[in-house]
Design a protein around this ligand. Structure first.
Ligand code: PLP
Length: 430
């Protein structure tokens, strides 16, 4: 495949943009290096790069793209919004309409507030939980990503009952000491932590279905136990549904799993591909937010008409009958096909899938937490990633990410992907 223009543009980018990318996950550092492809255009399930190559896209922009690129209903909504002005700084009808749509879809959102990214949404839920409980510490789960605010860039300590350490330069040790990290799906570890620090903990933060060390389901009863233990300690449960909201069903993972958090953070899909975040929850908690309460949160760009219009349009598309059945159908075809090929070519692999999102881990062991996911073989993933890219299949450049399907993908696209995977596995097995 000719990628000459991408190579030239990447070297230019490296001169002007730190690391040549505007988010580190876009670099190819996690796949042994190489040149990130410069895409020129996305349409439906496809990307077209600056050298004129076509790719089937499974990156889905790390989750937001579920209708396919440039869906006409969303594009029209954005254009219409832009014609009426891109930013008002006043309330709009659109915000009311969208808030009602979200509340109808996810009943635990008694009150919501729009922000501009998943990072902001999660960061604010933590502040509000602290304001509500008058406590400082939070608990999170190893390997879950919650954006790049200080409190969630904290690594686990040396065991479940130890305080965290900074996971980024610039995060202070004082901040890290407010965060305790436990393994996902381990309610005993959570119980231990809550026993030790229960009356200091404001909230337990969790992705109800993990998307950030690959797709990983909660074990049966795990989330119920998280609720029970957390509430017994007088703390709040926050669901980070930035990836999961509207990904697996019309609503949150909480709808699907039948477990209710006190607060929820969202982003990605609800912006239809434009920048957005939102958080919400119980009214008595949310009324702590300014201007009603003492927890301050604001935003010049928040609730902007373009993002809100794109979000409304995206949800309208998702409301159409058969959306999630189609994603399930395509996901199942992809999972079964990949599994069959891995068996045929003796490739060690495990697939975790929910509806139209899956992760292929290069390990034969079951993956239920970050430690398991970490065992996915780096070298095999790197080979797989580069060979698939050369064959026109665009995946995320990290062994921990998910493949995201869209309603624009077809069975023919999956067949084409499986043909590329067959050639790739064959070469890997030689
Ligand atoms: N929470 C989760 C679960 C995420 O996956 C992400 C981003 O990948 C975030 C929060 C942060 O969202 P954003 O990148 O919009 O700030």
């Amino acid at each position: 495949m000719n990628t000459k223009q991408s190579e030239l543009l990447y070297s230019e980018a490296c001169e002007h943009i730190v690391g040549g990318v505007n988010s580190p996950s876009r670099s190819f550092k996690g796949v042994g290096g190489g040149t990130p492809v410069f895409m020129e255009k996305g349409k439906g399930a496809y990307f077209y790069d600056v050298d004129g190559n076509r790719y089937i896209d499974f990156l889905g922009a790390y989750g937001p793209i579920i209708t396919g690129h440039a869906h006409p209903h969303i594009t029209h909504a954005i254009t219409k919004a832009a014609e009426n002005g891109t930013l008002y700084g006043t309330p709009t009808i659109l915000e009311n309409q969208f808030a009602k749509m979200l509340k109808n879809a996810i009943p635990s959102l008694e009150k919501v507030r729009f922000v501009n990214s998943g990072t902001e949404a999660v960061m604010t839920t933590i502040r509000v939980a602290r304001a509500y409980t008058g406590r400082n510490k939070i608990v999170k789960f190893a390997g879950c990503y919650h954006g790049h605010s200080d409190l969630v860039l904290v690594a686990a300590g040396s065991g479940p009952a130890t305080l965290g350490s900074p996971d980024s330069a610039g995060v202070t040790a004082n901040i890290a000491e407010e965060v305790i990290t436990v393994p996902f799906n381990d309610s005993n570890a959570l119980a231990e932590v809550l026993k030790k620090w229960g009356d200091e903990i404001a909230a337990v933060l969790v992705e109800p279905i993990v998307g950030n060390f690959g797709i990983v389901d909660p074990a049966p009863g795990f989330l119920e136990k998280v609720n029970e233990l957390t509430h017994d300690a007088g703390a709040l449960v926050i669901y980070d549904e930035v990836i999961t909201a509207f990904r697996f069903t019309y609503g949150g993972a909480q709808n699907l799993l039948g477990v209710t958090p006190d607060m929820t953070a969202m982003g990605k899909i609800i912006g239809g591909g434009l920048p957005i975040g939102a958080y919400g929850g119980r009214v008595d908690i949310m009324e702590n937010v300014a201007p009603l309460g003492p927890a301050y949160q604001a935003g010049t760009m928040s609730g902007n008409p373009a993002s809100i219009s794109a979000g409304i349009a995206c949800l309208e598309v998702l409301q159409q009958e058969g959306t999630y059945e189609k994603l399930e159908d395509l996901g199942s075809q992809l999972e079964q096909g990949l599994n069959k090929l891995m068996t045929n070519y003796n490739i060690p692999g495990t697939i975790n899938r929910r509806c139209g999102a899956l992760t292929l881990f290069f390990t034969t062991q079951k993956v239920t937490n970050y430690e398991d996911a970490d065992k996915s073989d780096d070298r095999l993933f790197q080979q797989f990633f580069h060979k698939m890219l050369d064959r026109g299949i665009n995946l995320a450049p990290s062994k921990y990410e998910a493949w995201f399907l869209t309603i624009a993908h077809t069975h023919q696209d999956i067949n084409e992907t499986l043909t590329a995977a067959e050639q790739t596995f064959k070469e890997m097995s030689e």
